[in-house]
Design a binder for this molecule. Sequence first.
Ligand SMILES: CC(C)(COP(=O)(O)OP(=O)(O)OC[C@H]1O[C@@H](n2cnc3c(N)ncnc32)[C@H](O)[C@@H]1OP(=O)(O)O)[C@@H](O)C(=O)NCCC(=O)NCCS
Length: 224
Amino acid sequence: MIVNGYNSCKVADTAIIKAGARVGFRNTFCDYCVIHEDAIIGNDNYFASHSVIGSAPEHRDAIENNYKHQYKFLDVIIGDNNRINEFVTINAGAFRHTRVGDSNFILRGAHIGHDTIIGNDNTISCNALIGGHSEIENNCNLGLNSVLHQFSYMGEGAMLGMSAVVTKKKMLLPYNIYVGNPARQLKYNDYLIRKLEIDAITLNILIENYIDRYNLLNRDKDIK
Ligand SMILES: CC(C)(COP(=O)(O)OP(=O)(O)OC[C@H]1O[C@@H](n2cnc3c(N)ncnc32)[C@H](O)[C@@H]1OP(=O)(O)O)[C@@H](O)C(=O)NCCC(=O)NCCS
């Protein structure tokens, strides 16, 4: 372990921080959390009991290559000020680093798949499952038990209702709410639009930018 900020952290007796993990300042590591060697952790994060950061990507080829050819998994990079609750799992990267930004609130039992990139200020509720290679911008809200197909892309301020199932190649437009299985658009996320004082012009620009990036991400991609 590289111990930059380790001495300023609260580390429970049974927390495991593996050699190779890089840890910033003032983090809290509760009992039985496991920080694997591929993790890079910023400052002021809270890892509750039994959270597991940087476990092997749940990707068959990556695991086989790791066994047979010592292929090294890529990092999990966690920013600052995140709350990561009990039994949350965040996989290491298989093809790119898995990233979690700042000030995210990740609740009990949520799973963040390999190669996923998460921005800032998101709420990821209990048992939400984020398939690998996904991208989630800022201020999103994933309701209890919601599920994202791998390679999903969630626009800023988008929300999934409880138990929503986001199927392959589904647009999740900024500041819109989606519910159901398969997920369908319910309405604008008016509460958040008001709270963040997003005006109509800004909203239109965000939606246009989202669609451009969505098309770029999905161009020529055969998503299985
Ligand atoms: C999606 C959500 C935000 C909508 O809340 P709301 O704006 O108050 O909407 P309403 O409850 O008035 O429901 C509006 C319609 O959507 C439907 N609906 C609401 N939530 C739904 C869901 N999760 N799945 C399917 N349909 C849903 C309602 O049945 C209703 O349909 P109807 O108009 O045909 O009767 C809310 O239901 C939700 O799922 N919140 C997330 C809760 C959560 O995960 N909290 C985390 C706690 S840690």
